[in-house]
Design a protein around this ligand. Structure first.
Ligand SMILES: Nc1ncnc2c1ncn2[C@@H]1O[C@H](COP(=O)(O)OP(=O)(O)OP(=O)(O)O)[C@@H](O)[C@H]1O
Length: 489
């Protein structure tokens, strides 16, 4: 018995050390693979997914997945222990061995309903956690407008259904736990009393064998209880594991094809040749032709929703034309080296988001090879140096959550500096100065205009100053593009 107990100790310790190491690594590996997959996924896939799927997977689900794995390891260790007890039982009596197997089967049957309940609870927990994470992120991004209009109460009510379903899942989890724990003792007591009765009266087991048997039975029942608790935990958390793994696989399948083609510089022109494009839900443009001349300012105007941003997305290669081609100096974007092409682009989107970090980090986006003099030069070019140089910590000043310690115009200027930091060949501005007062916008427009010559500028805008600054103006409407007269501004 002592030898067996020692063997059990060695085996379970070895198992626990292994499980401990793997658990520590697993959530990290899942997170790293997931973040890598998200970053490399094609744009269309990314925009079609609810944000909560990504945020919940990277934060809570990865941890729950590791917990499920840990439970699996513990269950394995407990099985080994039961096996050791079972071998011990064989030395005492075959009747006992049969009794132990019957005990295992009975306990399992008694709790199987609650195991299914735990599985359902786990799936609900994963699903509604993801939905809530996404909805809360979206609402928090827009909380200012909601509060200003006193509408936050209504939107909070939208969460109620998900919160209610999540709470039901948690209740189911608790109920299944409680039921299984409560069942354990009466089942065991009933089994022991029956075992003693039959063992003593019918099988004539000697007193010592009976004591040893009861002790072993008690141990086995305790281990089965631990396995049951482990399996319940595993069922609850394994849905997070499978959901995370499924998301990783999906992002890997949806990875953007970044072929190693020829390098594209934009020395002469970028051309849209008979390009048509449609989102799954609607057609956006049909057979359009645009020439963006290198070193010049091209402005695209048009009513809201006419497809101006989509033009920029096609030029960057975030979307692929349904027919026709986007050509850079005569080479189709799909034949060129997309990664290298994007290195040459400075892109200022409509809705610029700053990170809760320093001015410098927001401009360099974490690229440690960029020194302060380059940051300063980019800030000057973007018209941001005047206010940054007056900040108490200068480049090291924190900008706040989503940049909320800065004004809208200051945030936009930092975004422009971020786009200019890598000295791009092509600068795309999507309503980049729309939040600025006319004089500041004009100042930036003039600075950007002065960059033309060495750089190509594509401005998507409603502002007349960019129309005045343009060498060429295109007007988008109803899925087609026309070359507008310069004086039409
Ligand atoms: N990811 C998407 N999935 C489906 N439809 C989309 C998607 N993005 C944009 N659209 C639709 O495509 C059309 C063109 O959108 P786009 O953003 O290019 O217009 P826009 O001219 O830049 O508009 P705005 O001036 O308002 O920014 C719009 O009608 C929009 O509803």
């Amino acid at each position: 018995m002592i030898v067996m107990m020692f063997a059990k100790f060695v085996l379970s310790m070895a198992g626990m050390v292994f499980v401990g190491q793997e658990v520590a690594n697993l959530s990290t590996r899942l997170r790293l693979r997931l973040i890598d997959g998200i970053m490399k996924a094609r744009w269309g896939f990314f925009t079609s997914q609810p944000t909560g799927r990504f945020t919940a997977a990277v934060s809570t689900d990865s941890d729950r997945a590791a917990t499920a794995f840990k439970q699996a390891g513990l269950i394995f260790a407990k099985f080994v222990e039961i096996l050791v007890y079972f071998v011990g039982a064989l030395f005492i009596s075959w009747q006992f061995s049969v009794a132990a197997v019957v005990l295992c089967v009975l306990l399992w049957i008694a709790v199987s309903r609650y195991m299914r309940m735990a599985k359902r609870a786990g799936r609900g927990k994963t699903k509604y956690n993801q939905r809530l994470a996404g909805a809360v992120t979206e609402v928090l991004t827009n909380i200012k407008a909601l509060k200003a209009m006193n509408r936050h109460g209504h939107i909070a009510a939208v969460f109620d259904t998900d919160i209610d379903k999540l709470s039901r899942a948690l209740r189911r989890e608790n109920d299944s736990n409680a039921a299984v724990v409560a069942l354990q003792d009466p089942l065991l007591a009933g089994f022991l009393v029956t075992g003693i009765y039959f063992g003593y009266n019918y099988f004539g087991m000697p007193f010592e064998a009976l004591v040893a048997t009861i002790w072993l039975l008690r141990r086995i029942a305790a281990k089965i209880g631990e396995i049951r608790a482990g399996m319940q935990g595993m069922f609850i958390d394994s849905s997070a594991f499978w959901s995370t793994v499924a998301l990783i696989e999906e992002t890997e399948i949806e990875a953007e094809q970044m072929q190693k083609g020829s390098s594209m510089i934009l020395q002469n022109e970028a051309r849209f040749a008979d390009v048509s494009f449609a989102y799954p839900s609607r057609d956006v443009m049909k057979d359009i032709n645009i020439a963006i001349e290198a070193g010049k300012v091209t402005t695209i105007i048009g009513p809201s929703g006419s497809g101006k941003t989509t033009i920029a997305d096609l030029l960057v290669g975030l979307h692929q034309p349904r027919s026709g081609q986007v050509l850079i100096d005569g080479m189709s974007l799909k034949d060129g080296d997309l990664r290298q092409w994007r290195n040459r682009i400075g892109y200022i989107p409509q809705d610029n988001i700053l990170f809760n970090d320093t001015v410098a980090q927001n401009v360099t986006l974490g690229d440690a090879t960029i020194d302060n003099s380059r940051i300063e030069a980019a800030l000057k070019l973007a018209g941001a140096w005047q206010f940054v140089s007056r900040l108490p910590a200068g480049l090291d000043e924190m900008v706040g959550v989503r940049g909320n310690l800065l004004s809208g115009g200051q945030r936009q200027r930092l975004s422009i500096a971020r786009a200019l930091i890598n000295d791009p060949n092509l600068l795309i501005l999507d309503e980049a100065t729309s939040a600025l007062d006319h004089d500041t916008a004009l100042e930036i427009c003039d600075s950007v205009r002065s960059l033309a010559g060495q750089r190509t500028i594509l401005a998507i805008t409603h502002q007349s100053l960019w129309i005045d600054a343009a060498d060429r103006i295109y007007e988008m409407e109803n899925g087609s593009v026309t070359l507008a007269e310069k004086h039409s501004s």
